[in-house]
Design a protein around this ligand. Structure first.
Ligand code: NDP
Length: 290
């Protein structure tokens, strides 16, 4: 039985995810590096803003930070409670999950790599997909806490498998983003209405999450709302590229897409949403996708 849950990292995802936990658990601790955000969370929801050392005494501890490097730096000096489970929702590096799982084992703590998909709207509606790697018994014990924030909670393999699935998922989205930018620039160059084309494609075999939601809701309306940073997508395509390299596979599309996303991130004048990667294509073609 889970008596207490903690959430560490109240960013775009974590703030919304942690909001669901008090509906299911009596004791919910929150901690954030900028502690004012934890206090704001506790004022808005029935959570408790506490020091990090206290938060990590919970039965199940969630974290959602930008990178595995951040998670490693946070966890390494901590003393945890034997029998607890650390569930890391960061989109992280598989090798780091294996390292943390063996490090925490020395404190009799399980580490699950449990990245999520579904964007901030999924976090808000508790409809996230969790792709989880690590010990199956720990997965089953932590399941009710993940169910409080997600819809599909899938164990995908040993430590690192969750991070690997997430990296490949985001790579597939990035491939689509680039392909859609190229395809729609071509259509506009030929004088085709992009809205009419989108309607046809969304009823045809070329449709994807990019054509169904990213393109109409972020690009064509020129809103580009910042909910998932382009720098984070570049981090994810980099993780996928490293996985390919480790497996010694020949994957030209993955390599090229990582280079394109990385270039778009470097060329961006200011931090922006992942959908602003389109603007790199627009600067090349001098065609605005609207
Ligand atoms: P944000 O940048 O919005 O939030 C990052 C959070 O991590 C903040 O709470 C920040 O604290 C904290 N943080 C940053 N660095 C450190 C550190 N060194 N030590 C401790 N805390 C730190 O990111 P998101 O919420 O968008 O993303 C978090 C993770 O989830 C990423 O791995 C991302 O790839 C993944 N993700 C994001 C999605 C999205 O739609 N946004 C969707 C699915 C996955 P502070 O407030 O102090 O800066």
């Amino acid at each position: 039985m889970i008596q207490s849950v903690a959430f560490i990292g109240l960013g775009a995802m974590g703030y919304r995810m942690a909001a669901h936990l008090p509906k299911h658990f009596k004791q919910v601790y929150v901690w954030n590096r900028n502690f004012a955000k934890a206090e704001q969370h506790a004022a808005e929801y029935p959570t408790q803003a506490v020091p990090l050392e206290q938060a990590v005494q919970a039965d199940v501890i969630f974290s959602c930070l930008p990178t595995s490097q951040d998670v490693e730096a946070l966890i390494t000096p901590l003393t945890l409670k034997a029998g607890s489970i650390w569930v890391d929702c960061t989109s992280g590096v598989p090798e780091s999950a294996r390292k943390l799982a063996s490090l925490l084992k020395t404190q009799q703590v399980d580490f699950l790599d449990a990245p999520v998909s579904g964007q901030t709207i999924g976090a808000e509606n508790a409809t996230l997909t969790f792709m989880v790697g690590g010990n199956v018994t720990a997965f089953e014990r932590a399941l009710p806490a993940m169910q409080a924030m997600g819809k599909l909670i899938q164990h995908v393999g040993e430590s690192g498998a969750g991070f690997a699935v997430k990296a490949v998922n985001n790579m597939l989205m990035a491939v689509n983003l680039c392909a859609v930018a190229e395809g729609f620039s071509t259509l506009k160059a030929h004088g085709v209405s992009l809205n009419a084309a989108l309607e046809c494609i969304n009823a045809s075999s070329g449709k994807s999450a990019v054509t169904e939601s990213v393109f109409p809701q972020r690009v064509l309306n020129r809103q580009f709302p910042l909910t998932f940073a382009l720098s984070l997508l570049a981090k994810d395509t980099g993780i996928a590229q490293d996985l390919v390299r480790e497996a010694r596979l020949s994957t030209p599309v993955i390599g090229l897409t990582h280079s394109l996303i990385q270039a778009a991130n470097s060329l961006a004048e200011e931090p922006g949403d992942f959908s602003t990667a389109i603007k790199m294509y627009e600067s090349w073609s001098k065609i605005t996708l609207e």
